[in-house]
Design a protein around this ligand. Sequence first.
Ligand code: UGA
Length: 433
Amino acid sequence: MVIGLGYVGLVAVAGLAKAGYQITGVDINIKKINSLNNGKIDIYEPGLKEVIDEARLNQRISFKNIAEIKNIDCGIVIICVGTPSRPDGAADLSQVEYTIEWIKERTINSLTIIMKSTVPPGTGELLYKKYLAGFSYKINYISNPEFLREGQALKDWFYPDRIVIGGNNNKAIEEVSALYDSLNARIVKLDITSAELIKYAANAFLATKISFINEIACLCDCLGADINSVATGIGLDNRIGEGFLKAGIGYGGSCFPKDVRALNFLSTINGHNFELLRATIIVNSRQRLLPVQKLRSYLGNLVNKNIAVLGLTFKPGTDDIRESPSLDIIRLLLDEGANVSIYDPIRKNLNINLFRKDQIRFGKNILDTVKGTEAVVVATEWDQFIDTNWSEIKIVMNEPFLIVDGRNCLDPCIINNCGFIYSGIGRAKAHER
Ligand code: UGA
């Protein structure tokens, strides 16, 4: 049984069903269950629908609302519920605690709980003592964090770099390890708290890598160097690696910002001042201000300036806008009095509470969005933006024909040759090659 059918839960359902297991996917949201039972998936994750459809056809999957489950008689329950940020930065564990109590009330035999929700280091041991130790049925607790990237979650499930299994009972560790027998992956077996820390340390390290390259990008702007070339040059060193060295307007999404904040909170509450992590957070918040600074430096004040923002999602390949830098940029532009038009290839609407309806215009396509604008901000590196015919874009825009490339995804030479001013993040010299 998999409880919580968000990104992680649905991918776990799909991955385990594909491996031949019989899976019940459970969620508190009746609407979600109804649409899943009607073959609809409410998230955009490439390939997921196909795997779930196939499993349904083979009768390996069923979806149920939490109220439909009276007894739990399966041996393994996987928890994938949300652990959002609390206002103080800590992870809100209320959904996790509710789920454990719910399992306890319904279990009719001994079982193993696998925690896939991201919970702060120390949580598993605490939950075990608080709810499970000494319970009438033996309940094992295993920490099995996920390392799935939105947009490539299935690939990450089927071809993981490693699988981390933390527990205090060897039999349960082996039982969980066997679930992944069909995957060719290195399995790291360890204690619960260390497993939990691997998840946070991995996300914090990757976030720090991004903030580091963004600091170097700022230096590139000061010195007249090109960050993309610098990143390639350092990334080719195997000890550094090429991944997560793309400079730009910083990281967003439902994971990095939340997990970095939670690790910072956890460090502070444990008496450790995690200076590097704080710097990572500060640099990341600063990066998303840069496009607006750049617009101001070229256009002067932004009152009544027409500006297009291309990309809403926090990265390409997803419809997720949680903590997307794009939203902050739009908010700032509106604060400054600009007229903002928006286009995203996948995300076609915004939660109306985020902005007033009359403040923004959704373009039908790229051309319609940039029509009559003085400047374009590329906030997400969708292929559609990279491959667009920029000469056509220029025809419908107004002077000074400014392109602020917040993701350094465009070729500055092409953009300049089309007659635009190109401004990337740390790409002072890029167009002079
Ligand atoms: C991230 C991790 O990569 C996964 O391993 C992890 O399982 C997941 O969080 C999670 O904790 O559940 P995800 O949030 O899907 O996955 O996104 P990433 O692909 O890691 O990108 C995160 C953000 O960093 C995006 O906004 C992206 O644009 C930005 N980024 C990434 C950069 O600015 N530069 C880079 O070089 C790479």
